[in-house]
Design a protein around this ligand. Structure first.
Ligand SMILES: Nc1nc2c(c(=O)[nH]1)N[C@H]1C(S)=C(S)[C@@H](COP(=O)(O)OP(=O)(O)OC[C@H]3O[C@@H](n4cnc5c(=O)[nH]c(N)nc54)[C@H](O)[C@@H]3O)O[C@H]1N2
Ligand SMILES: Nc1nc2c(c(=O)[nH]1)N[C@H]1C(S)=C(S)[C@@H](COP(=O)(O)OP(=O)(O)OC[C@H]3O[C@@H](n4cnc5c(=O)[nH]c(N)nc54)[C@H](O)[C@@H]3O)O[C@H]1N2
Ligand code: SF4
Ligand SMILES: [Mo]
Length: 718
C-alpha cells in the first residue's frame, strides 16, 4: 500500500494505492484534512490512465514520410541534441524555447527551469501556469508581498460565517472541498458570483446564501460596487486599515464613483443584492464580532484582460473589511493544477528563479548561480510570457525549437488555431508526455515519460502544503523519468552543472536554491516530509539545527512588503477586450465539467469519464435557442473573429440569455479555444479565456460518432 495524492488538481486529495494485476493499482480515498477521505470521480478513476491503451512507451521520431515512428532512446536523444545545437548555433540560444506545466512535481519544475537557463542558455521558458494563476499571483505580490494561493489552511474556511466565491465552481472543480463551505452555508453566508447557475451557485439555494449572476466580464465593477457600499455604509474596519495597510485613499476615491445604481447598469446585479452581499460579509468580519469571512477568487474572474486589477479589487475589499492576516478570515485564490503552487515557485516562469526569486534581482542570480555552480552572468534574463512566447514561434527572430513538458497547448491555449500554426512553423517540436496528446501527435520527436504513481517527488497544494508523491508501481518498459531525460540531454549538450536523477537529491538542491527566497523550502527534505505531512512554506533551515515548524498561516504578524503593510492597489474598470455589441452579440464564457481535466488528454482516455461526459456541448438559454431555432441536441457553431467551434446544444436556463457556456476539454473542431481571445492582461500576461463575443448558429441535427481515445467529437445525446 502506498500513501500518495491524486494526479490531477491542486486540492491534491490523499489516496492509498494498492497493487492490482489488472488495473496496475487500485485507488482509495485516504483521510486528510483537505479531502477527509473523499475523492471526485476523476480521482477514483485515475489509475486508468496508467494503463491507457495508447500509453506512450517508446520514443517516436517523425520519419521521411511524415509519420511518427518508434525509435530507441539513444537515437531520439542524439537527434534532439544535434538539432538543438544546430538551431542554437544558427539562431542563438533564445531560438530554443521551453514550455512547462503546473502538473510537474517541484523537482521537475525546478530541474526544467535550470535546464532551460544553463543547459540551453535560453531566456525563453514559460508554462501553462501563465494561463492559470498568473493574475492572482501578480495581484497578491503587488498587494500582500507574496503569492501563496491560500495563505491559510483550507480547513480554516470551516469556521467562517461568510465566504464570497468569485468565478469559482468548486462543486465541480474540487468537489471534496465543498465540505469546508458548510459553515458559511449554514449561516446563509455563501455568496457566489458567476454568470451561470453553476453547481456551486446552487449551493446558495435554500437559505445557503446568495448568487450574484453578473454580465460576464464585469466582476471588477461588482467588486468596486461592494467596496463602495462598504465605505459608504461605514462597514469598513478603520483601525485595521490604519495599522496594517497603505494606499486606501486612492482606492476609496475610485470606488466612490461606482455607486450601486451605476454598478447595476453595467453588471445587471440589483442594488439590493449588492448591498446584501456587502452586509453579509461585513457582519461576518472580526470587527463586527462575526465568526469570520473569506474572499476567494477563481479562474472565472482571473482569466481576464483585467484579471490582475480584478483580483486586486478583491484584495482591496478584503483589506477594507480587515480580513487579511487574521485567524479565521482572509483572502485567497484557489490554485488549479496539481502543482500549480509549487510550479510557480521553482523557476519555470519566464521571470523567476527558484524560491520565488525574481530573475532580474542581482542577489537572487548570485545565490542561484552558486547552487548551480555557474557564473551569475550565464543565467539569461527575463523571457516572454506564454501567449507572447507561443505567438513568437517560428517568426523572424523568434524561437525555432520548442520543448514541451506537461502541457497540451494545441487544445488549451487561447486562439488555438493560431497557436497551432505557430507550432507548425517551428523547425523542431519536442514533446515529453505520457499519452499522445494533440500537441504530442504533431511533434517531431515524442519522448515517453513517467506519471504520478510511477515516480517520487513532491507537490505543493493549493494551501502551500508540501506533499509527498510516491511511487506505487513500476513504469512501463520504455518510459523514462524526465529528470533522466534532462540529464541525458545536458550531457549531450556539454552543459555545466550537475544533473541528478534522484528526486530526493534534486529536492535537496531545490531547497538550497530556495533558501532566503519568498518560497523558502530550505528546512525541508523528502525524509522530513515523510515524517511530517503537515508542513507549509515558508519553512527555512534554522541555524541552530532545530526544525522550523512551517507556516500554515501567513501575515499574522505583518506583510512581507518593505513597510510590513498590505497595499490597497487603486484599480478601475476597462471592460473586456471583445465588444459584444457588434457583429457577435452573445458572450461566450468557458470553464470545466467535473469529469474532465483541462485539455482532456488524460480524462478523455478514461472510459467511465467519457461515458458520463461524452463530448463537447454548449449551454444555451431557451430564449436564445428559440431565437436561433435551436433544439436540445442540435449541432451548433459559435463564431468569433478568431474562429469557429462546433458542439452539441444543451438548452438550459442555467446561463443568462445573453451568454453561452462551453467547457474546453475537447479538441479539433470541438475545441472552444478556436474562438477564445488571446488578448492579455498587461500586468500578468493572462489571456482572456473567460469572456469573448460570439455569434451562435444552428448547423444541423446530431451526427452520431463513436467514442475513440481521441474523442474530440461533439457530444452524442443519449
Ligand atoms: N473537473 C475539473 N476540475 C479541475 C480542473 C479541470 O479541468 N476539471 N482544472 C483544475 C484547474 S487547472 C483549475 S485552474 C481549476 C479551475 O477552477 P474554477 O475556477 O472553479 O473553474 P472554471 O470552471 O474554469 O471557472 C469557474 C467559473 O467561472 C465562471 N465564469 C466564467 N466567466 C465568468 C465571469 O466573467 N465572471 C465570473 N464571476 N465567473 C465567470 C464559469 O461559469 C465557471 O463556473 O480547476 C481545477 N480542477
Ligand atoms: N477556454 C479555456 N481554456 C483554458 C482554460 C479555461 O478555463 N478556458 N483554463 C486554462 C488553465 S487554468 C490551464 S491550467 C490550462 C491547462 O491546459 P494544459 O496545459 O493543456 O493542461 P493539461 O490538459 O493538464 O495538459 C497536461 C499534459 O501533460 C501531460 N502530463 C501529465 N503529467 C505529466 C508529466 O509529469 N510530465 C509530462 N511531460 N507530461 C505530463 C498530460 O498527459 C497532458 O498532455 O488550460 C487553460 N486553458
Ligand atoms: S478534487 Fe482534484 S485532487 Fe481531489 S480527487 Fe478530484 S481531481 Fe483529484
Ligand atoms: Mo488551471
Amino acid at each position: 500500500m502506498t500513501a500518495t495524492h491524486c494526479p490531477y488538481c491542486a486540492l491534491q486529495c490523499a489516496q492509498t494505492l494498492t497493487p492490482d494485476p489488472a488495473a496496475g493499482v487500485n485507488v482509495a480515498g485516504r483521510d486528510f484534512p483537505t479531502n477527509r477521505g473523499g475523492l471526485c470521480q476523476k480521482g477514483w478513476t485515475s489509475a486508468s490512465v496508467l494503463r491507457a491503451p495508447d500509453r506512450l512507451t517508446t520514443p517516436l521520431v517523425r520519419g521521411v514520410d511524415g509519420e511518427l515512428v518508434p525509435t530507441s532512446w539513444d537515437v531520439a536523444l542524439d537527434l534532439v541534441a544535434l538539432r538543438l545545437r544546430e538551431i542554437r548555433s544558427d539562431h542563438g540560444a533564445d531560438a530554443v524555447a521551453v514550455f512547462g506545466g503546473g502538473g510537474l512535481t517541484n523537482e521537475k519544475a525546478y530541474q526544467l527551469g535550470k535546464f532551460a537557463r544553463i543547459a540551453l542558455g535560453t531566456a525563453n521558458i514559460d508554462y501553462n501556469g501563465r494561463f492559470c494563476m498568473s493574475s492572482a499571483a501578480a495581484a497578491a505580490n503587488r498587494s500582500l508581498g507574496v503569492d501563496r494561493g491560500l495563505p491559510f489552511p483550507l480547513t480554516d474556511l470551516g469556521g467562517a460565517q461568510a465566504v464570497l466565491l468569485l468565478g469559482s465552481n468548486l462543486a465541480e472543480t474540487m468537489p471534496p472541498s465543498v465540505a469546508h463551505l458548510s459553515g458559511a452555508r449554514a449561516a446563509g453566508g455563501l455568496i457566489v458570483v458567476d454568470p451561470r447557475i453553476s453547481a456551486t451557485a446552487r449551493l446558495t439555494e435554500n437559505g445557503g446564501g446568495i448568487h450574484l449572476q453578473p454580465v460576464p466580464g464585469t466582476d471588477l465593477v461588482v467588486l468596486l460596487g461592494l467596496l463602495h457600499v462598504v465605505f459608504s455604509e461605514g462597514l469598513d474596519d478603520p483601525a485595521y486599515i490604519a495599522e496594517r495597510t497603505t494606499g486606501v485613499d486612492e482606492a476609496q476615491r475610485l470606488a466612490a464613483t461606482w455607486w450601486p445604481a451605476r454598478v447595476e447598469q453595467v453588471t445587471g446585479i440589483p442594488e439590493t443584492q449588492l448591498r446584501s452581499a456587502a452586509m453579509l460579509l461585513a457582519s461576518a468580519s472580526p470587527m463586527r464580532g462575526g465568526s469570520g469571512a473569506y474572499v476567494l477568487t477563481g479562474r472565472g474572474v482571473e482569466q481576464s484582460s483585467q484579471g490582475t486589477a480584478t483580483v486586486n479589487a478583491a484584495i482591496n475589499l478584503s483589506l477594507a473589511l480587515g480580513l487579511v492576516g487574521r485567524v479565521g478570515s482572509g483572502y485567497g485564490a484557489v490554485t488549479g493544477q496539481g502543482n500549480g503552487q509549487g510550479g510557480r515557485e521553482h523557476g519555470q516562469k519566464s521571470d523567476q528563479l527558484p524560491g520565488y526569486r525574481m530573475i532580474d534581482d542581482p542577489s537572487a542570480r548570485e545565490h542561484v548561480a552558486a547552487v548551480w555552480g555557474v557564473d551569475p552572468a550565464v543565467i539569461p534574463g527575463k523571457g516572454k510570457p506564454a501567449v507572447e512566447l507561443l505567438d513568437s514561434l517560428g517568426r523572424e527572430g523568434g524561437p525555432r525549437a520548442l520543448l514541451v513538458h506537461g502541457a497540451n497547448v494545441r487544445v488549451s491555449a487561447p486562439n488555438a488555431t493560431h497557436v497551432g500554426d505557430r507550432l507548425d512553423a517551428l523547425d523542431l517540436l519536442v514533446v515529453c508526455d505520457i499519452v499522445p496528446s494533440e500537441t504530442a501527435r504533431s511533434a517531431d520527436v515524442v519522448l515517453p515519460v513517467l506519471q504520478w504513481a510511477e515516480e517520487e517527488g513532491t507537490m505543493t497544494s493549493l494551501e502551500g502544503r508540501i506533499l509527498r508523491r510516491r511511487k506505487a508501481i513500476d513504469p512501463p518498459e520504455g518510459a523514462r523519468s524526465e529528470l533522466w531525460v534532462w540529464r541525458e540531454l545536458a550531457a549531450r549538450l556539454d552543459a555545466p552543472g550537475t544533473w541528478d536523477i534522484d528526486a530526493a537529491r534534486v529536492f535537496d538542491e531545490l531547497a538550497r536554491a530556495s533558501e532566503g527566497g519568498r518560497a523558502d523550502y530550505s528546512g525541508l527534505s523528502h525524509a522530513r516530509l515523510d515524517a511530517e505531512p503537515d508542513l507549509f512554506w515558508p519553512c527555512p533551515a534554522v541555524k541552530d539545527g532545530s526544525a522550523h515548524p512551517g507556516t500554515p498561516r501567513l501575515f499574522l504578524d505583518g506583510f512581507p512588503t518593505p513597510d510590513g503593510r498590505a497595499r490597497f492597489v487603486a484599480v478601475d474598470d476597462r471592460g473586456p477586450a471583445d465588444d459584444v455589441r457588434g457583429e457577435a452579440p452573445s458572450h461566450l464564457v468557458t470553464g470545466r465539467v467535473l469529469q474532465h481535466y483541462q485539455s482532456g488528454a488524460q480524462t478523455r482516455r478514461v472510459e467511465e469519464l467519457v461515458a458520463a461526459s461524452p463530448g463537447a456541448f454548449v449551454e444555451i438559454h431557451p430564449r436564445l435557442a428559440d431565437r436561433h431555432g435551436i433544439a436540445p441536441g442540435d449541432r451548433v457553431q459559435l463564431t468569433s473573429t478568431r474562429g469557429v467551434v462546433t458542439a452539441t446544444a444543451r438548452v438550459t436556463d442555467a446561463v443568462r440569455p445573453d451568454t453561452v457556456f462551453m467547457p474546453f476539454h475537447w479538441a479539433d473542431e470541438a475545441n472552444v479555444n478556436r474562438v477564445t481571445n488571446d488578448a492579455t492582461d498587461p500586468v500578468s500576461g493572462m489571456p482572456e479565456f473567460k469572456v469573448c463575443a460570439v455569434t451562435v448558429a444552428r448547423v444541423g441535427s446530431p451526427v452520431p460518432q463513436a467514442n475513440s481515445p481521441f474523442a474530440s467529437t461533439t457530444e452524442v445525446p443519449a
